[in-house]
Write a protein that binds this ligand. Structure first.
Ligand SMILES: [Zn+2]
Length: 227
């Protein structure tokens, strides 16, 4: 389609879906690195660009592999002071029920002293893509093994609701995952509240565009402007 609306340089969405003007970047102590699989084509419903826009201390990179955390981040960083958010082989049902953010050992089991494991982390790496794309990113970037491992065990389902079918309950959007992790690590619930407000706004704008026929019902592409 040649007549798609021009994309916003921040969130990558067509202008009629962009909510960036209403996003005031938040300062967080913990940094965020979003690694997006190049085939993550969810331009209309994806949240990586919006998350990057909403968090001052964040970096978004698109690709399959980077030689080190520092190279991916664009500045010196020690992977042992960072954590990677990836459930891997562990199952959400095996995680402690009283925690939504859980530090895992190398085998994927919850560490006994969670407060110690989660304390003092400088940043979190998240993969943006489907489960199989995230798995590819994990294996293509061996430096992630030097980082601590985190898993999410969210109490609430994704706000995507029926807009996107997720195979697992814990499958949150990149924005929701980042919001949960950073708000817990920084000890500031506001981070999650504000980010979820922006996500809700993004979804409201999307649903309104859908109702007007500006995006196809499966949310995959924007429709050509009406003649
Ligand atoms: Zn935008």
């Amino acid at each position: 389609m040649t007549d798609e609306a021009p994309a916003c340089p921040h969130c990558g969405k067509p202008e009629f879906l962009c909510v960036c003007a209403q996003v005031e970047p938040l300062k967080t102590r913990t940094g965020l690195l979003i690694l997006q699989h190049p085939q993550e084509q969810d331009r209309l419903l994806g949240t990586a660009g919006l998350t990057r826009r909403a968090l001052e201390n964040s970096v978004l990179k698109v690709g399959l592999s980077w030689p080190s955390l520092s190279k991916a981040l664009g500045r010196d960083a020690d992977p042992s002071q960072w954590a990677i958010l990836h459930l891997g082989a562990s199952r959400a049902a095996d995680l402690p029920r009283d925690r939504e953010l859980v530090a895992l050992d190398k085998k994927g089991a919850a560490l006994p002293d969670q407060d110690k494991a989660l304390g003092g982390l400088k940043g979190v790496v998240v993969f943006d893509g489907s489960w199989s794309q995230a798995k590819t990113l994990w294996w293509r970037n061996p430096w992630v093994l030097k980082a601590k491992r985190l898993a999410l065990n969210p109490r609430k389902k994704s706000l995507y609701g029926a807009l996107r079918r997720e195979p697992r309950r814990e499958a949150l959007s990149t924005l929701e995952a980042a919001a949960l992790a950073l708000s817990r690590l920084d000890g500031k619930p506001d981070i999650e509240t504000v980010l979820l407000q922006k996500f809700t706004l993004m979804l409201d704008v999307f649903r309104a565009a859908q109702a007007q026929g500006l995006v196809s019902t499966d949310g995959k592409k924007s429709a050509p402007p009406a003649a």
